[in-house]
Design a protein around this ligand. Structure first.
Ligand SMILES: [Mg+2]
Length: 410
């Protein structure tokens, strides 16, 4: 072998190695950029990663929300109710308004207030007993319409859903068509919000209610979010909004003044989300057929009570029901949550987490009893008691979802 040949081979080998290593570097870099940074929302590796709503891969999300759903179904099916203030819910002393018609809303009647209070606010209010089977059937009807446009449909409740239509040229046109089809096929109106993520789409659907359609286009996101009062952000509840107000955070622009560390100090892990919200960022995907996160049962007392032995008896019944539902759905969870609603409608939840899933009714009951024993009623009586089990090891390996979304429970 000639010296030249040896030199040539050595040079070729070096080049190959260089190429390989730079290829490996490029691959690693690409992986870091797309996977790690993308999935962590840019938070994980580079805290000050310059990311705004407009430089993300753009999704097209529609949020559809039926207008005063239960009440509208009742007004559709009974001409006597049309144009009148109605409330779907039981009118008895323990009743609660599930949905109020738009005619009732100017009086201050809205969902979740007691029927007694609703009647005081609007004496000519008509109470209509709920017909859940009918609402479910209509809900399926509108879901079938959604599925004609995308498989990525995530229902939030009977009357609301997110749709990912990123493959479509114009999400606004799709939303307009869906609204029209809902009207044609059900004679009910829906409001649609369209934007680049779930948070913004949800806010948008509320913007022109009823029978509204509102798009927050990518170029408008920043200005829209800046002007938005914090209580209107999807994901910022009443209590958090009050805390923000106390800190002088009234709008998205105010929220944007806060760095991530300060928000985390004030609001815990949720501070990271709020940091994103202020910038119009929400990376949550539309997840079809949501995975069950928890199972629960609850009961409202015929008469408010603070009798601990009576409460313990009812707690046993509720746990029994939860246990049978857990078995029926083959669901396992590590966290037990106790929910109490007081006679002043204030609600508290207390939870306990075990290292492994709760595997017996006696264990469930014992944990629930310990939670109840630890609660101070502060002189109030109990109106409602509920028990939930969540934090399934199968769906939450990272242990993130310790808070049970009670509103979502069966
Ligand atoms: Mg609705």
């Amino acid at each position: 072998m000639s010296l030249d040949k040896i030199r040539y081979d050595a040079a070729r080998h070096r080049t190959k190695r260089k190429l390989c290593s730079s290829f490996a570097f490029a691959l690693t870099f690409h992986y870091l950029c797309t996977e790690v940074i993308g999935k962590s929302g840019g938070r994980l590796l580079f805290a000050p990663w310059p990311r705004t709503a407009t430089d993300m891969p753009q999704r097209k999300i529609i949020h559809i929300d039926m207008d005063a759903f239960y009440a509208s179904v009742e007004q559709r099916d009974n001409p006597d109710y049309r144009g009148k203030p109605i409330a779907v819910g039981h009118s008895g002393p323990r009743g609660v308004v599930a949905t109020a018609s738009y005619e009732a809303r100017p009086y201050g009647v809205h969902s979740a207030i007691s029927s007694a209070q609703a009647r005081r606010l609007c004496p000519r209010l008509i109470f209509v007993a709920p017909r859940h089977e009918v609402y479910k059937a209509v809900s399926m009807q509108i879901r079938r319409i959604f599925l004609d446009y995308t498989d990525l449909v995530e229902p939030l409740s009977l009357d609301e859903a997110f749709l990912d239509v990123s493959h479509e040229r114009s999400a606004t046109l799709v939303a307009r068509e869906i609204k029209k089809r809902i009207w044609d096929e059900t004679r009910l109106t829906a409001s649609a919000g369209i934007s680049i993520n779930k948070m913004l789409a949800k806010i948008a659907s509320d913007y022109r209610k009823p029978n509204g359609l509102f798009t927050i286009a990518p170029a408008q996101v920043e200005a829209f979010v800046a002007a938005l009062p914090v209580e209107r952000f999807f994901g910022i509840g009443e209590v958090t909004a009050q805390k923000m107000h106390a800190l002088g955070i009234l709008t998205g622009a105010d929220l944007r003044q806060w760095d991530r560390a300060s928000l985390v100090r004030q609001f815990g892990k949720a501070g990271i989300l709020y940091y994103g919200y202020a910038r119009g960022i929400d990376d949550r995907e539309v997840i079809p057929n949501r995975i069950r996160k928890s199972i629960s049962a609850e009961t409202t007392f015929a008469e408010d009570t603070d009798d601990r032995s009576r409460l313990t008896n009812v707690l046993t019944e509720v746990c029994d029901e939860v246990w049978s539902r857990l078995q029926r759905h083959r669901f396992k969870g590590k966290t037990v949550v106790l929910k109490l609603k007081f006679d002043n409608f204030k609600q508290i939840t207390r939870s306990k987490t075990q290292p492994s899933p709760i595997d017996s009714m006696p264990l469930l009951l014992r944990l629930a009893q310990e939670l109840l024993a630890s609660c101070d009623f502060e002189g109030h009586k109990i109106r409602l008691i509920g028990v939930g089990v969540g934090n399934s090891p199968e769906i939450a390996p990272d242990g993130i979802q310790l808070r049970l979304p009670f509103d979502d429970l069966i």
